[in-house]
Design a binder for this molecule. Structure first.
Ligand SMILES: [Zn+2]
Length: 93
């Protein structure tokens, strides 16, 4: 959370999620020099986003250090926390 780029991308994801009414997801990747890159997934729908294929916690040849996605539906209609499907997906990774 101390990384300027990552914090900027979190804000942009939220901004775009609200304007598009879509879940927005990203991988945070670690480059070979230790810096972080943020790669956005294709926008989802209001309550779903598809995680791109990735194997062995690697995407585009770089280590996935974290992933995040938005939940644009406001409480109480939507979740402000990871959904059961989110938790299962992380467990399976
Ligand atoms: Zn979710």
């Amino acid at each position: 959370m101390d990384d300027t780029l990552v914090r900027r991308e979190l804000k942009l994801a939220w901004r775009d999620s609200v304007s598009l009414d879509a879940e927005i997801g990203n991988f945070i990747l670690e480059a070979k020099d230790g810096t972080f890159l943020v790669v956005r997934w294709l926008p989802g729908t209001l309550d779903e986003v598809e995680v791109p294929d990735h194997y062995g916690c690697v995407f585009a040849g770089l280590k996935i250090r974290a992933a995040f996605h938005t939940h644009p539906t406001p409480f109480p209609l939507g979740l402000e926390e990871p959904s059961p499907d989110d938790l299962l997906a992380i467990r399976d990774d």
